[in-house]
Design a protein around this ligand. Structure first.
Ligand SMILES: Cc1cc2nc3c(=O)[nH]c(=O)nc-3n(C[C@H](O)[C@H](O)[C@H](O)COP(=O)(O)O)c2cc1C
Length: 257
């Protein structure tokens, strides 16, 4: 077969393929392969969940520094902060939709403002949670969020705890108590679920926080404001720096995943 004949046959072959739709499929397959290669450079995502009610106080400041640290690593890392107190959602309502036969899911199926957050976390490359210590635990909002996050992870068949994806986790908690004297149970029993499902969490505690900006205005005589101010002057920058460093480390880990 000479060259002209070959080219003619090749063109006819392509036309036949196009007519059967096969060429389309080949093109789709090639595009898919290309997009799969592209996936390797896909943005990594770090989710920060702020479970405190106050926008600019201790917990929010620690998480803000964490976010800055994560952003400082540069590269393709998206850092997203969600403020739970801005969302209208419930804790687990025991619908058991996540345990339905044939439809079991390790992401909560109940639809409300938390749904996109839980879906984001399922595909994330790192997670940071932050809460003030409320009565030795986390806030009610954080607890309700954790119920929705962790109940779908738990299998009632074999009691295994499995998240859609393992990822580095940082747990932040701020509190009035000092390092030596505190009632902090951290994230309580939820910490076990987090450890099993996502991996060993790194914990960051900020102690002896300044609860209000002006102690003179409130009935807070049980606190020695001067001692608190002194502690803050000596430790707060360190606490913020620890949060920044943890954010940076997480982003570096995310980039390497
Ligand atoms: C409802 C409530 C309960 C608290 N319970 C505790 C507690 O049990 N132990 C503690 O050390 N601090 C407790 N605190 C103090 C806060 O944990 C602390 O001031 C924290 O840093 C506040 O965080 P924020 O500035 O982000 O709101 C409580 C504060 C509130 C409002």
């Amino acid at each position: 077969m000479d060259r002209r004949e070959f080219l003619k046959k090749a063109a006819l072959g392509a036309a036949a393929l196009a007519a059967t739709g096969l060429l389309g499929h080949t093109a789709v397959a090639a595009a898919k392969e290309k997009s799969n290669t592209k996936k390797e450079n896909v943005m990594k995502k770090i989710m920060i969940i702020d479970g405190g009610p106050r926008r600019n106080m201790n917990t929010a400041s620690m998480l803000q520094k964490f976010a800055e640290g994560a952003q400082s690593a540069g590269g393709d890392v998206e850092v997203k902060t969600v403020r739970l107190y801005d969302l209208d959602y419930k804790g687990c309502i025991s619908c058991l939709a996540c345990k339905l036969k044939g439809k079991a899911s390790n992401v909560c199926k109940f639809k409300d403002a938390l749904t996109p957050v839980l879906e984001d976390i399922a595909g994330a490359d790192g997670l940071a949670l932050g809460s003030p210590n409320y009565f030795g635990e986390v806030t009610g909002q954080m607890r309700a969020f954790l119920e929705r996050l962790a109940f779908p992870w738990l299998s009632y068949n074999d009691y295994s705890i499995t998240a859609p994806k393992r990822m580095p986790v940082v747990l932040v908690e701020t509190q009035n108590g000092t390092k030596e004297r505190n009632n902090c149970n951290g994230y309580g029993t939820m910490e076990h679920c987090i450890r099993q499902a996502l991996g060993e969490p790194e914990k960051l505690f900020a102690y002896n926080t300044y609860q209000v900006k002006n102690y003179d205005r409130y009935e807070l005589a049980g606190f020695d404001e001067e001692a608190k101010r002194k502690y803050r002057e000596e430790h707060w920058e360190e606490d913020l720096q620890a949060a920044f460093d943890a954010g940076r480390r997480m982003a570096e880990m995310a980039k390497g995943r």
